[in-house]
Design a binder for this molecule. Structure first.
Ligand SMILES: Cc1cc2nc3c(=O)[nH]c(=O)nc-3n(C[C@H](O)[C@H](O)[C@H](O)COP(=O)(O)O)c2cc1C
Length: 171
């Protein structure tokens, strides 16, 4: 399976998470995983992957990270019918408790509306926040990381989510 991780990252947390995720997913026999930064990447490249993983932190109180914000109109115009997508994000559940991980919802809802098959829903257990656009039925639309408040949990969460994705996809 060809896996593309498309990320945007302003202070490096999402980029570090993408690298850790790639290290885990590269363990899947027969799979290859490539990282693309949406600061320069063309979203059309999504079409070349069997699984697209989108990594976006939430910034500026409930908004997309700036490089994803710039790419958002293009994303809204894409057709994801039959495409496999998964999402992860970085956020701060203490400082932004009413907007924790909103980016997961902003991006995930577009993908769902455009026909994507979304993998890797993630339980909200173990987090403490008030509101999030990124939650449906007590699950985040993807992996939620919080390096501001729970940095010691990041690696274990990435490993668990990778195992979950591999099980869901059979890779
Ligand atoms: C000005 C500012 C606004 C932020 N807004 C949010 C927010 O609305 N929701 C959230 O969950 N995190 C918010 N964060 C936290 C970042 O998402 C978090 O620090 C993340 O790890 C940054 O990822 P990056 O290093 O990949 O850019 C904000 C941080 C700053 C400095």
């Amino acid at each position: 399976m060809k896996i593309g991780i498309f990320l945007g990252s302003t202070t490096g947390n999402t980029e570090a998470a993408a690298n850790a995720l790639k290290a885990e997913l590269d363990k899947a026999e027969g799979s290859s995983c490539e990282i693309l930064n949406v600061k320069t990447a063309d979203l059309d490249a999504i079409k070349g992957f069997d699984l697209t993983i989108i990594g976006c932190p939430t910034w500026n109180v409930g908004e997309l990270q700036e490089d994803w914000a710039a790419q958002f109109p293009g994303l809204q115009g894409m057709d994801f019918s039959g495409r496999k997508l998964a999402f992860f994000g970085c956020g701060d559940q203490v400082g932004y408790l009413n907007n924790f991980q909103d980016a997961l919802g902003i991006l995930g809802n577009v993908a769902v509306a455009k026909g994507a098959e979304v993998y890797g829903f993630w339980s909200t257990e173990g987090y403490d926040f008030v509101q999030s656009e990124g939650v449906i039925d007590q699950h985040f639309l993807g992996l939620a990381l919080d390096d501001d408040n729970q940095p010691d949990q990041t690696q274990a969460r990435i490993e668990a989510w990778s195992r979950q994705l591999r099980a869901e996809l059979g890779i």
